[in-house]
Design a protein around this ligand. Structure first.
Ligand code: GTP
Ligand code: SPV
Ligand code: MN
Length: 616
C-alpha cells in the first residue's frame, strides 16, 4: 500500500509526511516512534482502500464476507465478548483541575495520565500497520466542520471511520499549515511482538483487558487504548464530536449534543426542523427515520446521533450532523419498527455482533417476527430457535453510509446546516414522564434536559434497566463540569432570545400496570410530532401541569389508533407523590454536582416541589 499524497503542496517548514500541516506531520512522526509499528499507511478514503482492507480482514478471519447477492459489499465482525460496548468506567476527562471535569466524569491529572498511557502505548503497534486517518466532522469545508487525525492499529476502526466520517484525501486537503485539528490516538493494545522480540499470532478481535478512553479537553487530545468497539475506537464520534467538541463549543459559543436531526413537512407543506436528545439506545435512529402513520406527514433524516448547533448571523440556531454514517443498534430494528433502516442497510454495511444465517446473511432479534431455525450467534456458535440466549448481542450494530437512507433529506450534508425550530428531550421511562409535554420557556426546557433520566441500556457496560439521571442524554459524553454545561445552555438561550427553538419532553416507553408499553411507538410517534408542530404553529392549546404543558385529548391526532381504555390518562398522569419522590433524586443530583448548578435551576426545583406539595 503506497502513500497517495506525494503531490500535496509542501511548505518551507514541512517536516515529513504527506500533509501541509507541520504539527500534524510532526505528531505522526512522534507517534510512529512511540508505537513502533511495522509500517505506516496514510488513508485516502477511496473504495479501493476499503476493498483492500476488508479483503485483508476477511483473509485474516476478522470479518465474514456476507452473501454478495443478498448483502453486497457487506461484512460481519465478531468482537471479543469482553469488548462489546462503551466502557464508561474507563472513560476519563483529564482537565488540569478536577472541578473542570466535574463529578459526573472520571478524572485524572493530565501529566500523570499521559505518563502512564505513554508506557502502555510504547511499542503497542509492534508487528502491525499503523493507519493514519485524517477526517472531517461535518461536511468538507463547512464553517461548522472540524478536522481530526486518528492514528489506529485497527483496520476495523479504519473502515468504520471511512463510513462514519469524511475521511482521507478530502479531509487532508482541508488541513493547511495553521489549521486546527484534533489528534486522536488509538491502539487496541495487542502488539504482535513483545519487548524481547518474540512474535505471537494475531487474534480475530485484538483488544486488551486494560482499557483507557481518555480526553484532554484543554489540549484537545484523545488517547484511547485497549478497545476496538464503537465509541471507544471510532474516535470521531463520541470522543471528538461530543466530549472534545462540547468543550470547544463552550469556548466558542455553540453546542455539541447527543441529538438526532429531522426535517418534518406537515400536510400543509410547511417545513420544520427538529433536534432530539435521547440517551443511548433510546430511539434516536428510529425517530430520525420515522415513517409517519398519520396521512400527509413527511419526515426526512438529517442525523441520527450527534448535532452541532450554532447561532447564525440572523440569531437563529443552526445545526449540522457532523457524521456521514449511522452506527445503529441492530436488535429491535425490523420491517415493522424501522423499515427505513432495514432498507438503508441493503449493502455496503459492516455488521458487528449480530447473528449469521446459513445462507450468509445477517439476523437479529426483532429483524423478523420469527427467528430462522438455525443461525450462528454473535460469537459464531451454533444457535437454534427456542434457545433462551439471544442470537445477536443486544448492542449489536450496523455501520452504514447515511446517503443510503431512502428518506435522507437533501439538506443532510448542507455545509450551512438547517435552522432548528424545536428541541426534544426523551428517555426510557416506565413511569412518571408523560408521552409529551412542552416546556413553558427555554429555562424550563433546560430544567427538563438537566433532570432527564432513563433506564440504562446495553449501549454501555453496566446494569441494564437501572434508572439513572442522564442530563441532556450527555452524561457519558459531556467533556466538562455538568453544572457549567447547564449554564452554557442557559447562556445560549439568552443569546437566542425570541429566536430560541421551543423545547419539548417525550417518552415512548411508559408502561401500564401489566408491564406492557402504553404507547405503540415507532411510526405512531408521528401523532406526537403532529402535536408538537401544531404547538409551533399555534393551532393547538395545552393544559399546565408540573411536567409542563400537556395536550388536550380532543386536539390530539388519535384517529385510527386503538388506544386501550384508560391508556390516555395513564400516559399523561402526573402523580404528585411519585414526582415528589423523584424530585428528591433530582435534589441529590444537584447537590452532587454542587456549586456550579445554575441558581435558576435550583429555584425551578424548589418551585416544582411546592407545586407538587400543593397537589398532594
Ligand atoms: P445510540 O446509537 O446508542 O445513541 O441509540 P439510539 O438512540 O439511536 O437508539 P435506537 O434508535 O437504535 O433505538 C434502540 C432501541 O429502541 C431499539 O430496540 C428500538 O426497538 C427501541 N425503540 C425505538 N423507538 C421506539 C418506540 O417508539 N417505542 C418503543 N417501545 N421502542 C422503541
Ligand atoms: C451510544 O452509545 O450512544 C452510541 C454508540 O451512539 S457508541 O458509538 O458506541 O457510543
Ligand atoms: Mn449515541
Amino acid at each position: 500500500m503506497t502513500v497517495m499524497f506525494s503531490e500535496a503542496p509542501r511548505s518551507a517548514e514541512h517536516v515529513a509526511g504527506p500533509t501541509r500541516s507541520p504539527s500534524a506531520n510532526e505528531w505522526v512522526a512522534q507517534m510512529t516512534e512511540l508505537l513502533q509499528p511495522a509500517d505506516v499507511h496514510w488513508c485516502t478514503g477511496t473504495s479501493d482502500e476499503f476493498d483492500l482492507l476488508t479483503e485483508k480482514l476477511v483473509q485474516e478471519g476478522s470479518l465474514v464476507r456476507l452473501n454478495s447477492e443478498r448483502r453486497p459489499n457487506s461484512f460481519l465482525a465478531r468482537s471479543d465478548p469482553r469488548d462489546v460496548a462503551r466502557s464508561e468506567e474507563r472513560t476519563f476527562i483529564c482537565s488540569e483541575r478536577p472541578e473542570d471535569a466535574g463529578v459526573t466524569n472520571n478524572w485524572r491529572a493530565p501529566d500523570e495520565m499521559k505518563a502512564e498511557l505513554t508506557e502502555l502505548f510504547r511499542g503497542s503497534m509492534r508487528g502491525r500497520t499503523m493507519y493514519v486517518v485524517p477526517f472531517s466532522m461535518g461536511p468538507i469545508g463547512s464553517p461548522l466542520a472540524k478536522l481530526g487525525i486518528q492514528i489506529t492499529d485497527s483496520p476495523y476502526a479504519v473502515i468504520s471511520m471511512q463510513i462514519m466520517t469524511r475521511m482521507g484525501t478530502e479531509a487532508v486537503e482541508q488541513l493547511g499549515p495553521d489549521t486546527e485539528w484534533v489528534p486522536a490516538l488509538h491502539s487496541v493494545g495487542y502488539p504482535l511482538i513483545d519487548d524481547s522480540g518474540v512474535r505471537r499470532d494475531d487474534v480475530a478481535w485484538p483488544c486488551n483487558d486494560e482499557k483507557y478512553i481518555v480526553h484532554f479537553p484543554e489540549t484537545r487530545e484523545i488517547w484511547s487504548y485497549g478497545s476496538g468497539y464503537g465509541g471507544n475506537s471510532l474516535l470521531g464520534k463520541k470522543c471528538f464530536a461530543l466530549r472534545i467538541a462540547s468543550v470547544l463549543a463552550r469556548d466558542e459559543g455553540w453546542m455539541a449534543e447527543h441529538m438526532l436531526i429531522i426535517k418534518v413537512t406537515s400536510p400543509e407543506g410547511r417545513v420544520h426542523h427538529l433536534a432530539a436528545a435521547f440517551p443511548s439506545a433510546c430511539g434516536k435512529t428510529n425517530f430520525a427515520m420515522l415513517q409517519p402513520t398519520l396521512p400527509g406527514w413527511k419526515v426526512e433524516t438529517i442525523g441520527d446521533d450527534i448535532a452541532w448547533l450554532r447561532p447564525d448571523d440572523d440569531g437563529r440556531l443552526r445545526a449540522i450532523n457532523p457524521e456521514r454514517g449511522f452506527f445503529g443498534v441492530a436488535p429491535g430494528t425490523g420491517v415493522d419498527t424501522n423499515p427505513t433502516a432495514v432498507a438503508t442497510i441493503w449493502g455496503n454495511t459492516i455488521f458487528t455482533n449480530v447473528a449469521l444465517t446459513v445462507d450468509g446473511d445477517i439476523w437479529w432479534e426483532g429483524l423478523t417476527d420469527t427467528a430462522p431455525e438455525r443461525l450462528a450467534d454473535w460469537q459464531g456458535r451454533p444457535w437454534m430457535r427456542g434457545l433462551p440466549a439471544p442470537a445477536a448481542h443486544p448492542n449489536g450494530r450496523f455501520t452504514v453510509p447515511a446517503d443510503q437512507c431512502p428518506q435522507i433529506a437533501d439538506e443532510w450534508d448542507d455545509p450551512q446546516g438547517v435552522v432548528i425550530d424545536a428541541i426534544l428531550f426523551g428517555g426510557r421511562r416506565a413511569s412518571n414522564i408523560p408521552l409529551v409535554s412542552e416546556a413553558t420557556d427555554w429555562e424550563h426546557g433546560v430544567f427538563l434536559g438537566a433532570t432527564l433520566s432513563s433506564e440504562q441500556t446495553a449501549a454501555a457496560e453496566g446494569p441494564v434497566g437501572k434508572l439513572r439521571h442522564d442530563p441532556f442524554a450527555m452524561l457519558p459524553f459531556c467533556g466538562y463540569d455538568m453544572g457549567d454545561y447547564w449554564q452554557h445552555w442557559l447562556d445560549v438561550g439568552e443569546e437566542l432570545g425570541d429566536n430560541a427553538p421551543r423545547i419539548f419532553q417525550v417518552n415512548w416507553f411508559r408502561k401500564g400496570a401489566d408491564g406492557s408499553f402504553l404507547w405503540p411507538g415507532f411510526g405512531e410517534n408521528s401523532r406526537v410530532l403532529d402535536w408538537i408542530v401544531r404547538r409551533l404553529e399555534g393551532s393547538v392549546s395545552a393544559v399546565k401541569s408540573p411536567a409542563g404543558s400537556l395536550p388536550i385529548r380532543d386536539e390530539f391526532a388519535l384517529d385510527g389508533l386503538e388506544l386501550p381504555a384508560g391508556a390516555w390518562n395513564e400516559l399523561f398522569d402526573v402523580d404528585p407523590a411519585a414526582w415528589l419522590q423523584e424530585s428528591e433524586q433530582t435534589t441529590e443530583l444537584f447537590d452532587r454536582i454542587g456549586a456550579t448548578v445554575p441558581k435558576v435551576l435550583r429555584h425551578r426545583l424548589t418551585r416544582l416541589r411546592w407545586d407538587l406539595v400543593s397537589r398532594l
